[in-house]
Design a protein around this ligand. Structure first.
Ligand code: ARG
Ligand code: ZN
Length: 481
């Protein structure tokens, strides 16, 4: 009884005292919660305005309708994210499209356009650190095609084709067609819902979940269930011939080929090469990192798709013209090196392209072609020609090539040579152990040159400072290492 009585009183007393204390503290505590704007960039030295600070995206739902007659894209992108600080406002990267409305957690938010590609969003109330929030952006317009020295002086981004469009966003083109935290350091799951005029198809990453028709239009719903960097998201639209299969190791595969080139021998063999490369690379480097594979094969006769060019769009590389087997090995190789393990900063690009080029060499070695060491020797003796307006082959510092030389041939060839020279130096067993440890330990994440060097030293037990200095950090041809 006593217990009950005091139990009945005590809370009252505590409540009264607590209320008094709260009344004194609450205004001060509330004033103490400071909300600050998220940074407009992620600190990438080559692309200071790419990506943003203050939040992490977990999922993009990109819903678009495309009109091939006008190239107009109408979209609603819903971004699910988690704050990493108290946010008074935050940015998404978004180029020039007309923004019709922005909602945060279902409530209208004010927005502003600043700089080249910043969409600055101010929610009605600040967002507390570590909370989940949803941003919905409605927009329309013709996505701006980018070009410049950074990607071989080719147009890139969301590219109109003869009857549709294709997407080659690397490195900074994703934000020309969907608002995003456009830096590989913020990966997210992606759902793509694309509506096109009846007769066209839309191909995305991952698995086709559903498709339906209404009012003379067809809609395709795609889902990629592994973390994806923004530049690897695709939304290719055209009159594709689509075929599906499952690789012997059980990876669902979907290939989409432009019907005009469907009888091209290389187009015909792309699905077969893709099956084989997907499974065999898994044997070398460890499990294929994704839950589907395939290809998108475009017709290169149509400007601006008039050069051999490809992009390792996640689970389903995009080829602007039918690839040879080596090209498939390169792009599927990127699924491990670039897509699953991604650059920390864009200057780490040799880890993508050096590895993909080395995979070409290794694939040849494993299939009756020349040994990778011979490919190394040939490139060492006779590096590929470089355009006169680019730095000479041996002048490029591979670990920090500058923004405009991101896809310089030395990134590919000297990058691959670095890996082959390392293989030669530490031995085949330790080298493959290093590669497998790398893709396993960094899976779905990001990693830079310093981390690779550290792991190589750890796995090999060797001091590799002089080796990496010669190969990655010096603007000269390595002679001793
Ligand atoms: N990563 C591509 C390759 O596999 C090269 C860059 C292509 N980028 C682009 N926007 N077209 O070699
Ligand atoms: Zn590549």
């Amino acid at each position: 009884m006593a217990t009950l009585r005091s139990a009945g009183r005590l809370p009252l007393a505590v409540t009264a005292a607590g209320a008094a204390t709260l009344a004194l503290l609450a205004p001060a505590a509330a004033a103490d919660v400071r909300y600050e704007p998220g940074a407009p960039g992620m600190g990438d030295p080559y692309f200071p305005d790419l990506g943003n600070g203050g939040y992490d995206v977990t999922h993009y739902y990109i819903k678009t309708a495309y009109d091939p007659g006008t190239d107009e894209l109408t979209g609603t992108t819903t971004v699910k994210a988690t704050t990493t600080q108290n946010l008074s406002r935050f940015n998404l990267d978004f180029h020039k499209m007309n923004v019709r409305s922005v909602r945060v957690n279902g409530r209208a938010a004010s927005f502003d356009r600043t700089g080249e590609r910043e969409l600055e969003i101010t929610p009605p109330r600040g967002l507390r650190k570590h909370s989940a929030f949803t941003v919905t952006v409605r927009y329309d317009g013709v996505p701006q095609v980018l070009s410049g020295p950074v990607v071989f002086d080719l147009p890139y981004g969301f590219l109109p084709t003869r009857d549709g469009a294709t997407v080659m966003s690397e490195p900074d083109g994703a934000s020309t067609w969907f608002p995003s935290n456009d830096h590989p350091r913020d990966k997210a799951l992606v759902t793509l819902e694309t509506t096109v005029p009846h007769g066209l198809k839309a191909i995305g990453n991952g698995r086709l979940v559903r498709q339906w028709s209404a009012h003379g239009e067809d809609t395709f719903l795609w889902r990629e269930d592994r973390p994806t960097a923004t530049y690897l998201v695709t939304n290719s639209i055209g009159r594709f011939d689509v075929s599906t299969t499952t690789t012997p190791k059980g990876v669902p595969q979907l290939d989409a080929v432009d019907p005009e080139i469907a009888s091209d021998p290389d187009a015909l063999s792309t699905p077969r090469h893709t099956t084989r490369v997907t499974d065999e690379l898994a044997g070398y480097f460890g499990d294929y990192p994704f839950t589907s594979t395939g290809s998108i094969v475009e017709n290169d006769n149509v400007p601006p798709l008039n050069l051999e060019n490809a992009l390792e769009t996640q689970t389903r590389p995009t080829y602007q013209s039918p690839p040879v087997e080596r090209g498939v090995a390169h792009e599927i190789g990127h699924q491990w090196f670039g897509d699953s393990v991604s650059v920390r900063d864009w200057r780490d690009i040799w880890l993508n392209e050096g590895f993909a080029k080395w995979v070409e060499w290794y694939w040849a070695e494993k299939h009756g072609g020349q040994p990778a060491q011979l490919s190394f020797q040939q490139s060492y003796d006779n590096p590929p020609p470089i355009q006169p307006d680019r730095p000479p082959f041996w002048d490029l510092v591979i670990a920090d090539p500058t923004r405009d030389q991101l896809f310089h041939r030395a990134i590919y060839f000297r990058g691959a040579m670095t890996l082959q020279a390392l293989r030669h130096k530490i031995g085949d067993g330790p080298f493959l152990r290093l590669v497998r440890t790398w893709v396993d330990g960094k899976r779905y994440g990001n990693a830079g040159t310093g981390e690779f060097e550290a792991l190589a030293e750890k796995v090999s037990g060797q001091d590799l400072d002089a080796f990496f200095k010669a190969w990655l950090h010096s603007p000269t041809k390595p002679t001793t290492w």
